[in-house]
Design a protein around this ligand. Structure first.
Ligand code: UT7
Length: 332
């Protein structure tokens, strides 16, 4: 057993100013506010506007805020991991651009691509570097500019997604707090149900791929929904059992915000009431890798040292899993 745990010692988020409401979407595709709210729980989402602005713009803002809040000298940061499916470029990594933009010149950085489960995969990875004693300050970012890969003529996807970024600081502690346990899984046979077909090495960009709208997210919503409900709930339950956590021991469920109905099903299986479920899907929609850090940011003032949190996610790949975190600090 490692001497250290990886404690989350700060969290910060960034969402762009522009608010895309359900009513504005009604003017773009055949949909309506009542359908969107009742089927997903979403009322509005944020969109990053402006020529030449990529995901790193939001990641940099989230990291700068995190450095300020945690009183961290940028030169002391050892590692930055960014979970994203909307990197600024195929390469270099968006994490490198974030490090550069936030002045983290002593850090090394890399991206993790696990779609909506990206943040929990990255959190587990970052925690390993801290628990091993190798590094003292690791920043984990979840950031996505989903509006760059969404087809705003496809009502099945454009109503769900939004843009945003969140970041946490991980530091070693000898106390029994921090990232306590993680369970992750992936299944590549899910590729056909949720993916962006073109733009990778298999189908590089061509005039036809653009004309066929293959550079946008394709989602077979019904199938994804079924897999998400089963796997998020299974893994949340699994991590509770493995750590002898009963529903009354869990202070908060921190679920990926894909659809309120998926979250409700997961909470139900865990025996957890609405009052212990973090939710902000109504104002941000599904920001892919950013949903979980944005929840932690929104709820930070309600979290107390020692609170047991179960983070759970499901996403494209398919990827899924759950992370058990014991919160490491009290509100200011
Ligand atoms: O985060 C990554 C993983 N992603 C997810 O977890 C998303 C999982 N899937 C979902 O959240 C849901 O499947 C959606 C929100 C995408 C769709 O909800 P649904 O309840 O599964 O709807 P559906 O696709 O079964 O469609 C039901 C009906 C259809 O009409 P008919 O065939 O019954 O006449 C659709 O054409 O609703 C229609 N529909 C819409 N109506 C108004 C589909 N999209 C819309 C829309 N507005 N935006």
């Amino acid at each position: 057993m490692s001497k250290y745990k990886a404690a989350i010692t700060g969290v910060h988020g960034y969402v762009p100013d522009y608010i895309l409401t359900n009513h504005e979407l009604e003017t773009m595709v055949e949909t309506n506010d009542e359908w969107i709210v009742s089927r997903t729980g979403i009322k509005e989402r944020r969109i990053l506007k402006g020529e030449g602005k990529g995901t790193s713009v939001m990641g940099i803002e989230a990291v700068k805020g995190l450095l300020k809040k945690t009183n961290t000298d940028p030169l002391d940061v050892d590692l930055v991991i960014c979970a994203t499916v909307t990197p600024d470029h195929v390469f270099p990594a968006t994490a490198n651009l974030i490090s550069d933009g936030a002045g983290l010149t002593n850090a090394f950085s890399f991206d993790i691509g696990a779609a909506c489960s990206g943040f929990i995969y990255a959190l587990t990875t970052g925690a390993m570097y801290v628990q091993s004693g190798m590094y003292k300050k690791v920043i984990v970012v979840g950031a996505d500019k989903m509006s760059s890969i969404i087809d705003y003529t496809d009502r099945a996807t454009c109503i769900i997604f939004g843009d945003g970024a969140g970041a946490v600081m991980l530091e070693p502690t000898e106390e029994e707090v921090g990232v306590m346990d993680s369970i992750h899984k992936s299944d590549g046979s899910g590729v056909e149900y949720l993916r962006m077909k073109a733009g990778g090495s298999k189908h590089p960009a061509t005039i036809e791929s653009v004309q066929n709208r293959e550079h946008y997210v394709f989602q077979d919503g019904k199938t994804v929904f079924k897999f998400a409900v089963t796997n998020m709930a299974d893994y949340a339950e699994k991590i509770m059992q493995r750590n002898n956590l009963k529903s009354e021991d869990v202070a908060w469920l921190v679920p990926h915000q894909a659809n309120k109905r998926i979250v409700d099903a997961t909470a139900n299986r865990m025996g957890i009431g609405d009052e212990k479920v973090m939710m902000n899907i109504e104002k941000y929609g599904n920001t892919t890798a950013a949903t979980i850090p944005l929840l932690l940011w929104d709820y930070e003032n309600q979290l107390k040292k020692g609170d047991n949190l179960v983070l759970a996610a499901f996403g494209g790949g398919f990827t899924w899993g759950a992370v058990y975190v014991k919160w490491a600090y009290n509100p200011e």
